[in-house]
Design a protein around this ligand. Structure first.
Ligand code: NDP
Length: 445
C-alpha cells in the first residue's frame, strides 16, 4: 500500500468520529502524493504522521450566566496544530456545530494556508459550541470572559495568536482581548488579531479575506485570459467574508446575482450590498428582509446551491460542505467556469472532482481565503512595531501576498507537471513543501 493511502486508512480508524478531519486529510494527502513518490525517504522519516497529528489539543469547560441568572456550560477548544513556521495562528469559531473534529480539520488546513502566506506563522484553530445568535451583548461578554479565563495561559504573541472566524467578530475579539489584558496585566496587543482600530487593530483586516479572495480570482483570470467584468457570480453566505468578497467583486464589474444565509437566499440582478450590510452588520437579522429593504430581488428558503441560477463564478463564503457532487454538476450545467473558495472546505471532495473533470478552474480556500490570516499577521507586525499602516499600505501588501500565492501555485504546477486549472494540488504542494522543509530543519522528532 502506498504511504499516503496507509496513513489515510490509519486515520480513518483512529479518528473515525471526525468526518470533516478525514475529508480534509484525504483532500490534502491524495493531492500531494506526488511529493511522497518523489521523496520516498519521507516515509522513513514519518513526515506524514508528524504532519497529521496536532502538537497539542486543549479542551476546557466554559461556564457562563445568562441575563436571567441561568448557568450554561459550553465546551471550549484550542488545537495547536503546528508551530514549525511560527506561533500557532488561526481563528476561534463560535457555532453550535463546533466539535474537536471540525477544529482539527480547520487547524490542519490552516497549517498549509499559513505556509502559503510566506509569513512566519504556524497553524491552529479553536472555538466553542456556544451559539452567539440571539444573545445579548452582556451574555456574549460573559461567555468570552469565561473562555479567555481558561485560554489565556496557553496563548501569547510568540506562542499562539487567535483571531476571529464564524461567530467571532470585532465585538467578541474586544471582549476576549479585554479579559486577557486584565488577567495578564500587560499590554500585549499582538496576542489576538481582528482587534478594533482604537486598540491595536489593522485597517483592512475586516475586508481582507473577501478582498483577498477576489484578488486571487483576478490573478487566475489574468493568467487564464478571462475577462472579469460583467460575469455573473453567486456568493454564498452574507457574513464577513461574503460581504467583502461581494464588495470587491462588484468593484471589478462582476454582477453578484445571489447571496445567502443559514436559512435562505436572495436573488437580484445585481445585489444591493449596502442593504445586505445593514441587515447583517447592523440589524443582525435574516436576509428575508432584503426584498422589502432593497425594494428589489426575491428571497427563498433553502440552500442557494439547490436553486437553478446561471453564473460563471461561484464564490462559496459561508461554511463547510455546502456543495456536493449533485450541486456541483448543476453549477457546471449552469455555466460555471471558476470556483473560488472564500470559506474553508465548502466543496466536498466529489464536488471538486466534478469541477476538475469538467475543466472548471478550482481555487481552494487554503490559497484563495489566505488573505485574512495574512492580514492578521500584518496586524501582528504593526503591533510589534507599535505603529499603524494606512488602509492603502495594508491593501497593497494584501494584493502582493495573493499574487505571490498564485505564483507559488504556478511554480508547483510546473515542477510537478500539473494541470493549470488544478489549484487544489498546487496549493497543497506549495504549502506542504515549506512545512516539511522546516520540520526536517528543526529535527521535529
Ligand atoms: P460569519 O459568521 O461572519 O458568516 C457566516 C455566514 O455563513 C453567515 O451568513 C451565516 O448565516 C452563513 N451560514 C452559517 N452556517 C450556514 C449553513 N449551515 N448553511 C448556509 N449558510 C450558513 O463567518 P465568516 O464570514 O467569518 O466565515 C465564513 C467562512 O470563511 C468560514 O468557513 C470561515 O472559516 C472562513 N474564513 C473566514 C475568515 C475570516 O477572516 N473571517 C478567514 C478565512 C476563512 P447567518 O447570517 O444566518 O448566520
Amino acid at each position: 500500500m502506498k504511504y499516503v493511502e496507509r496513513v489515510i486508512s490509519e486515520y480513518e480508524i483512529k479518528d473515525k468520529s471526525m468526518p470533516e478531519f478525514i475529508q480534509a486529510l484525504k483532500e490534502v494527502l491524495l493531492s500531494t502524493s506526488v511529493i511522497f513518490e518523489k521523496y520516498p525517504e519521507y516515509e522513513k522519516m514519518a513526515i506524514l504522521e508528524r504532519l497529521c497529528e496536532p502538537e497539542k489539543i486543549l479542551q476546557f469547560k466554559v461556564p457562563w450566566m445568562d441575563d436571567l441568572g441561568t448557568i450554561h456550560v459550553n465546551r471550549g477548544y484550542r488545537v495547536q496544530f503546528s508551530g514549525v513556521l511560527g506561533p500557532y495562528k488561526g481563528g476561534l469559531r463560535l457555532h453550535p456545530s463546533v466539535n474537536l473534529g471540525v477544529l482539527k480539520f480547520l487547524g490542519f488546513e490552516q497549517v498549509f494556508k499559513n505556509a502559503l502566506t510566506t509569513l512566519p506563522i504556524g497553524g491552529g484553530k479553536g472555538g466553542s459550541d456556544f451559539n452567539p445568535k440571539g444573545k445579548s451583548d452582556n451574555e456574549i461578554m460573559r461567555f468570552c470572559q469565561s473562555f479567555m479565563t481558561e485560554l489565556y495561559s496557553h496563548i501569547g504573541p510568540d506562542v499562539d495568536v487567535p483571531a476571529g472566524d464564524m461567530g467571532t467578530g470585532a465585538r467578541e475579539i474586544g471582549f476576549l482581548f479585554g479579559q486577557y489584558r486584565r488577567i495578564k496585566k500587560m499590554s500585549e496587543r499582538g496576542v489576538i488579531t481582528g482587534k478594533g482600530l482604537s486598540y491595536g487593530g489593522s485597517l483592512a483586516r475586516k475586508q481582507a479575506t473577501g478582498y483577498g479572495l477576489i484578488y486571487f480570482v483576478k490573478e487566475i483570470c489574468e493568467y487564464h485570459n478571462i475577462e472579469m467584468a460583467n460575469k455573473k457570480a453567486i456568493v454564498s453566505g452574507s457574513g464577513n467574508v461574503a460581504i467583502y468578497a461581494c464588495e470587491k467583486a462588484q468593484e471589478y464589474g462582476i454582477k453578484v446575482v445571489a447571496m445567502s444565509d443559514s436559512k435562505g437566499y436572495i436573488i437580484d440582478n445585481n445585489i444591493n450590498l449596502d442593504v445586505v450590510k445593514n441587515i447583517k452588520e447592523q440589524l443582525r437579522v435574516s436576509l428575508s428582509e432584503y426584498p422589502t429593504l432593497a425594494n428589489s430581488g426575491e428571497y427563498f428558503e433553502g440552500s442557494i446551491y439547490d436553486a437553478n441560477i446561471k453564473a460563471e463564478f461561484i464564490l462559496p463564503c459561508a461554511t463547510q460542505n455546502e456543495i456536493n457532487e449533485t450541486r456541483a454538476k448543476q453549477l457546471v450545467d449552469n455555466g460555471c467556469i471558476l470556483v473560488g473558495e472564500g470559506a474553508n472546505m465548502p466543496n466536498d471532495n466529489e464536488a471538486i472532482k466534478v469541477y476538475l473533470e469538467n475543466g472548471v478552474i478550482f481555487a481552494p480556500g487554503k490559497a484563495a481565503n489566505a488573505g485574512g490570516v495574512a492580514t492578521s499577521a500584518l496586524e501582528m507586525t504593526q503591533n510589534s512595531m507599535r505603529l499603524s499602516w494606512t488602509f492603502e499600505e495594508v491593501d497593497e501588501k494584501l494584493q502582493q501576498i495573493m499574487a505571490s500565492i498564485h505564483e507559488q501555485c504556478l511554480t508547483a504546477m510546473q515542477r510537478y507537471d500539473l494541470d493549470s486549472k488544478n489549484y487544489v494540488a498546487s496549493a497543497n504542494i506549495a504549502g506542504m513543501e515549506k512545512v516539511i522543509e522546516a520540520m526536517i530543519a528543526q529535527g521535529d522528532y
